[in-house]
Ligand binder design. Structure first.
Ligand code: DQA
Length: 150
């Protein structure tokens, strides 16, 4: 069970970035917690962070045939990027969209996601735990897919 975890722009600044909104944990802290849970769930996780839209698109394309699911926090590209949406829908790899903050409680422009319409689902507002919930969802999707093929 191979799962790719993608962190979009500015998430490399977690820990320093607007701690009142995003908390004081770092990206390494989150990745460590994901790795620990993945081990428990029997999943093999890889991580990728980029501040560049094209690099994120490329990584999603390169995930085809390698990963069975993607957990993605697209950061601000959630609200702007048709290219990321198209990359996800083109590969057909099931994706779980996740956000640290509750995007629906914040500015109006954060309420629209280009990603949600092509994602298997969205988890938003549970801090670092959003990623862990998203990982559980991704594992569930892979397992139910495997179940259907039997
Ligand atoms: C975010 C929410 C986005 O609106 C914002 O641009 C981010 C982080 C979150 O995890 O809460 O960069 O995706």
């Amino acid at each position: 069970m191979k799962i790719l975890v993608i962190h979009g722009p500015n998430l490399n600044l977690l820990g320093k970035r607007e701690p009142d909104i995003y908390g004081t944990f770092t990206l390494d802290d989150i990745n460590g917690r994901i790795t620990a849970l993945a081990r428990e769930l029997g999943a093999d996780v890889s991580f990728f962070q980029s501040n560049h839209e094209g690099e994120l698109v490329q990584k999603i394309q390169d995930a085809m045939g390698v990963y069975q699911a993607i957990v993605i926090n697209p950061g601000a590209y959630t609200h702007t990027s048709v290219a990321l949406r198209d990359a996800l829908s083109s590969t057909g790899i099931p994706a779980v969209e996740t956000h640290i903050s509750n995007v629906y409680k914040r500015e109006e422009f954060r309420r629209h996601s280009y990603i949600a319409g092509v994602a298997a689902g969205q988890i938003t507002g549970f801090g670092a735990d959003s990623y862990l919930l998203a990982l559980r969802a991704a594992v569930g999707i892979i397992k139910s897919g495997a179940e259907k093929k039997r």
